[in-house]
Design a protein around this ligand. Sequence first.
Ligand SMILES: Nc1ncnc2c1ncn2[C@@H]1O[C@H](COP(=O)(O)OP(=O)(O)O)[C@@H](O)[C@H]1O
Ligand SMILES: [Mg+2]
Length: 455
Amino acid sequence: MTPSNPETGRVLLVDDEAAFQRLGGGFLRSLGHEVDIAGDGEAALARFAAQRPELVLLDLAMPPHMDPERGLELIPRLAGVPVIVLTGHGEHELALRAAELGAWDFITKPIDPDLLRFVVARALRKSRLEAELLRLRAEQGADDLGLVGQTPPMQQLRAMVRRVAPTRVSVLVLGPTGTGKELVARALHEGSPRRDGPFVVVHCGALSAELLESELFGHMKGSFTGAYRDQPGLVEAAHGGTLFLDEVGEMPPAMQVKLLRFLQEGTFVPVGGRVQKTAEARVVAATHRDLEAMVRDGAFREDLYYRLKGVVLRTPALAERMADVPLLAARFLQRGAPQARFSAGALAWVTARDWPGNVRELKAIVESAGALLLPEQHEVDTELLRLAAGDSSEAPRSIEPAASTGVLDAALNELERRLIQDAMSAAGGNQSEAARQLGVSRVGLIKKLTRLGLR
Ligand SMILES: Nc1ncnc2c1ncn2[C@@H]1O[C@H](COP(=O)(O)OP(=O)(O)O)[C@@H](O)[C@H]1O
Ligand SMILES: [Mg+2]
């Protein structure tokens, strides 16, 4: 067998018997495995850390006193790889305890080579499948987080998020409003080892310097009117997790200094307090502002800026990735109204519109259009979208095209109007006949006539 065989791998053999080390080790090598050997528990842990084996074969009777308890203790510390336990005859109870501690399988000594070969190959195969499944789930998870988009800028952004998420590095997310900065921050948290810890959002622009300080670092009882008791701050709430500083560009200068100290030293003093406290959190900051220009103008501390931008991620404006609009619209509609579809005109409308509010605006309009659907209505059409966007007017659009009307939409309306006019005159004004010619229902035709102002 060659090392590339999917059923061979790096095996750590933990056994104190020289004879078995030689024979068992030799047998496994002859099958194509890479074999590493440890004679006691301490050596086993050292080899485990250094070699990262894919599988461990563990004899429970460990020196110094051949005490199986010492072997059992090892099992939970060999986490992440299958451990196959070697037991003596009749040691069923021991095997059971090993299983409870997470052992994968067991083989009784003296060992049948065929059984050993089979058990080892199966364990490697299964553990690789599990690892692959986990990886796929993680990938799926990142997409489930909702960073929707297939255009190159979105693919790049997702790749960067995956790469940076597991690290502790500070991330600065830059991009226009509504482009998914907070979503990126959450994805970074979910993809990190801190995912089970807290994700805490601080809205830096929403509060005065005094309130923001108290919000972030907490305050002591009596430190200001209304402070009836000690109140811990958000940095403490974020301990062990991720602290998301949203709109960090709005942070008042007095607070910037205090934040910098927390970032550099992990320490802070609550408002009205005298004792320094500590907390540990990964920091992700975001802003729609041009922070670099703010630094040049002296509105944002340079040292803080450098501290925050360990890595910079940019969320592109929707205008830079219009090809994602139909996909985004479809996702948002599907979440709110699973049965509904867009009409072709509606899709043309969403792609022709410019989206100053970016994804947030698109999402809001699509969601309210979905909510406006009548019980039996399964198609979101242009009319409904306009209504949801709040730019429907009494006068039909095609008569008074507003500046914001998409070019494509206006063109489609114009085309529709001409076709209907032609059909109506060909049918001598008979609506049923014109509808038949156009391949629409009579009610559908009347609706169109009304919308286009032709009645
Ligand atoms: N790429 C995207 N895929 C799916 N939903 C998105 C995407 N970008 C933004 N959103 C959604 O749009 C809204 C605004 O996103 P948010 O992260 O709050 O933007 P920002 O923080 O940049 O202002 C949220 O509801 C978010 O879920
Ligand atoms: Mg935001």
